[in-house]
Design a protein around this ligand. Structure first.
Ligand SMILES: [Zn+2]
Length: 351
């Protein structure tokens, strides 16, 4: 039908939004097509739902010279993937899209970065169209940075679009929030996640395991599929059983686990304690799919009330927060503490 489409390399076609975002896409492309696109959008929702890709595709659409309407289930226009602007976007070289994120070794977006944003967004664009700034994650702006952003939100420039990607909406200043149109991005439901993951990983039989580890996020599950996460799970469960039975020491198992990716070690442990809590409260074993783990869960659930397991969960989640804040914890000690928490469950009374 269209030679230029047929001959395009796959790499030049930007990836579109995820299927569970079609409502948000339809809504925003509708306002865009009618010329009512707001100057600031807050894409808000828990991490792992694909907001960044959505923002990138929206930015691409806004810059595309020949957006086209799909005739498939995807509603709303899409970027063509072939015009000069789409090619620049595809090469991550478009001068009128800029990302603002914490710089290396930092956890915050600093005021100097937002001053640069203000200057950039106030000038006319290089290609004659929109200027787009994407702040990701926007809650990483420190107080001064957030206040500096108010300037651009209160006095928007012509043809400018600021996209704030927010994983933790509670951390955003109300003054920022009230000046943006907020679009919510909930986590897809289990069925949607599973369907997508089965298409994305047709040769895997570990979809449920991966989704479990990724706390329901199909995107994180996909990313984890390339790690050793799921194969490590079996051996980690055996290690944990040995620690509980005092057949292995906390130190030796921690030495082994610290060679794994720390976030995955923590994620599995969070999952297991959650399964323990759920079993303890319901005696329903359907969530515990591993036999060794099920034996541990049944034994421990008979020993303590659920409240005791919440203490361990808190402990592990504190470690997760430390890791998320990039505070460079000592992995060996952090994992030893986690295993000590488990082994304390073998004692009769809380310590
Ligand atoms: Zn285009």
């Amino acid at each position: 039908m269209n030679d230029s489409l047929g001959n395009a390399s796959a790499a030049s076609i930007p990836e579109l939004h995820y299927p569970w975002q079609s409502t948000q896409w339809e809504k925003l492309t509708d306002v865009y097509s009618s010329g009512r696109l707001p100057h600031a959008l807050m894409l808000s929702g828990t991490s792992g739902t694909g907001k960044k890709r959505f923002a990138g595709t929206l930015a691409n659409l806004v810059l595309c010279e020949h957006p086209f309407d799909h005739d498939s289930a995807t509603k709303g226009p899409s970027p063509c993937g072939h015009c000069k602007n789409c090619k620049l976007v595809g090469a991550e070289a478009h001068p009128d899209i800029r990302y603002f994120s914490p710089e290396e070794k930092s956890t915050v977006v600093k005021v100097d970065q937002i001053r640069q944003l203000n200057e950039y967004i106030s000038k006319s664009s290089q290609q004659g169209g929109y200027k787009i700034a994407i702040i990701c994650p926007a809650e990483a702006m420190n107080h001064n940075a957030a206040n500096a952003l108010l300037k651009s939100l209160e006095e928007p420039s012509q043809k400018s679009l600021i996209l704030l990607i927010v994983d933790q909406p509670g951390r955003m200043l109300a003054t920022i929030r009230s000046r943006c149109q907020v679009i919510d991005f909930p986590m897809p439901n289990h069925r949607q996640s599973l369907d997508w993951l089965m298409l994305a990983l047709p040769n895997s039989s570990l979809h449920e395991d991966l989704l479990e580890l990724a706390a329901g996020s199909p995107i994180k599950a996909y990313e984890m599929s390339e790690s050793e996460a799921v194969t490590q799970k079996q051996s980690m469960i055996k290690d944990l059983a040995k620690v509980l039975k005092r057949e292995a020491t906390v130190v030796s198992v921690a030495a082994k686990w610290q060679k794994y990716e720390l976030q995955i070690v923590l994620a599995w442990n969070v999952t297991w304690v959650q399964q323990l809590i759920r079993y303890s409260m319901t005696s329903d074993s359907q969530w515990v799919k591993d036999d060794t783990l099920l034996k541990m869960v049944q034994y421990l659930a008979g020993k303590h009330p659920a409240g005791r397991f919440y203490e361990l969960l808190d402990k592990i989640q504190t470690s997760c927060d430390l890791v998320a804040r990039k505070t460079n914890p000592n992995n060996q000690i952090l994992i030893e503490n986690l295993l000590v928490g488990w082994s304390e469950l073998m004692q009769k009374k809380p310590v």
